[in-house]
Design a protein around this ligand. Structure first.
Ligand code: K1U
Ligand code: ZN
Length: 181
């Protein structure tokens, strides 16, 4: 398995619409495993393939509570097939937008259809943090970042700060360090 460097915004690779996976093969399963390892090491609760420079529709998520056992999810070609009319607001973060957090309003509940790591079609009903993270990661597959849900004033301020930070070498594109056991 491998830890992969996470791209920091602003970067054109984060604005590309990712391509559907045709076959869930061994290469895709390795990508899923590497992404999960990278997500846990970061640490994060989700990761989308474009964040590691791979323009394929693949995401991983683990929204389990800290005092619950891990609940890793591997989703290929995920799509929201139903969203509730009721909305909820959550203070989101993003591994590609380090050090910035803001409230984003999204549907409170969603149903997601996806292929699992064996290529079997599945559906998942989600609410709470899981619904937030699934929508955030599917946004990444469409080239959308959480800052795109904010006012242009807030978005431009955050992107300017990240540009400055990258120039200062604060956000080198490097793989997260492995977590000690
Ligand atoms: O897509 C990403 O960059 C991952 C992102 C997912 C996310 C978090 C919160 C709301 C919406 C989407 C993160 O994981 S940011 C890091 C984070 O939230 C976290 C880190 C350590 C422990 C718990 C959470
Ligand atoms: Zn993100």
């Amino acid at each position: 398995m491998a830890l992969l460097p996470i791209i920091v915004a602003p970067d054109p690779r984060l604005k590309v619409k990712a391509t559907p996976v045709e076959t869930v093969d061994a290469e895709v399963r390795t990508l899923l495993d590497d992404m999960l390892e990278t997500m846990y090491a970061a640490p994060g609760v989700g990761l989308a393939a474009p964040q590691i420079g791979v323009t394929r529709r693949v995401i991983v998520v683990d929204a389990a509570d800290r005092n619950e056992p891990p609940a890793p999810l591997k989703l290929v070609n995920p799509e929201v097939i139903w969203a509730s009319d009721d909305l909820s607001s959550y203070e989101e973060g993003c591994l590609s937008v380090p050090d910035h957090y803001d409230d984003v309003v999204r549907p409170a509940r969603v149903r997601v259809r996806y292929l699992d790591e064996t290529g079997t079609s599945k559906e998942l009903d989600a609410d709470g943090l899981l619904a937030v993270v699934l929508q955030h990661e599917i946004d990444h597959l469409n080239g959308t970042l959480f800052v795109d849900h904010l006012s242009s004033l807030k978005r431009n301020m955050i992107l300017r700060k990240l540009t400055k930070g990258k120039k200062n070498g604060d956000y080198e594109e490097k793989a997260p360090k492995p977590r000690s056991a």
